[in-house]
Design a protein around this ligand. Structure first.
Ligand code: NAP
Length: 248
């Protein structure tokens, strides 16, 4: 069983949506590598929860995905343990919000480096072995903000829109090798990232969501797990919105 279990790498798996994705993949019998940036205790808790959910193996790996060298070491660590990666979920993401007129170059670069270049580096690092084995699933966490824009989030919107273009390009490049590449675009989900929003912003947001509530990380994870599954073999280059109807 363990030999056959798919090998999943989830970036930013220590909290929020990434944590829920790790657990969803674990409950479907996958082995799970939980990447994190700095919160080792949170990542270790996710590892234990994955094992409880039925993952045949799980472990935590620290790496800053904005650093291509660290990404290569991350993928090497996973390959060393399991011999390869079948499922890559690019979930690690940050915000550095501010109106464009005042946005610093550092805040623009930091968001692009983690959200977009980080995903690029991870995809590039797993691509060759995935092509060789002629099977792979890549799921990238975009955002409704990448589709619609959002005031105060020019850097974040650019990174999330960029992910969509990059995913569609990769989907075309990798399709002949049995690798699918898709995006999930969450709306507003209850995590640490949105916990900082002031009450007035949350109330205003609810007015834009036909289902009139924020989403749960588990609801995003279910979509990711579907796109990562064998059942989704004929779906590639798509953007699946999990947003309560926001972006329609
Ligand atoms: P979160 O609660 O802030 O968690 C972020 C995760 O990313 C943490 O595990 C963090 O690790 C990790 N991380 C941050 N920078 C990293 C780096 N440079 N290298 C490696 N890992 C890094 O975020 P979330 O709300 O779950 O969001 C997850 C993804 O969904 C993001 O890409 C986000 O843009 C996207 N998304 C979220 C929402 C939402 O409403 N929450 C909506 C649309 C899209 P540590 O624990 O070590 O810090």
């Amino acid at each position: 069983m363990e030999q056959m279990a798919k090998r999943a790498l989830v970036t930013g798996g220590s909290r929020g949506i990434g944590r829920a994705v790790c657990l969803a993949l674990a409950s479907r019998g996958m082995r799970v590598a939980v990447n994190y940036a700095g919160n080792a205790a949170a990542a270790e808790e996710v590892v234990q929860a994955c094992l409880q959910q039925g993952a045949p193996d799980a472990f935590a790996v620290q790496a800053d995905v904005s650093d291509a060298e660290q990404v290569r070491a991350l993928v090497a660590a996973v390959s060393e343990r399991w011999g390869g990666v079948d499922v890559l979920v690019n979930n690690a993401g940050i915000t550095r919000d501010g109106l464009m007129m005042r946005m610093s170059e550092q805040d623009f670069d930091a968001v692009l480096a983690t959200n977009l270049k980080g995903a690029f580096a991870c995809m590039q690092a797993v691509m060759r072995p995935m092509m060789k084995q002629r099977w792979g699933r890549i799921v990238n966490l975009s955002s409704v903000v990448g589709l619609r824009g959002n005031l105060g989030q020019a850097n974040y919107a650019a990174s999330k829109a960029g992910l969509i273009g990059m995913s569609k390009s990769a989907a075309k490049e990798l399709a002949s090798r049995g690798i699918t590449v898709n995006c999930v675009a969450p709306g507003f989900i209850e995590t640490d990232m949105t916990a900082v929003l002031p009450e007035s912003v949350r109330t205003a947001l609810l007015g834009q969501i036909p289902l009139a509530r924020l989403g749960a990380a588990e609801e995003v994870a279910a979509a990711v797990a579907f796109l990562a599954s064998p059942e989704a073999a004929y779906i590639t280059g798509q953007v699946l919105c999990v947003d309560g109807g926001m972006a329609m």
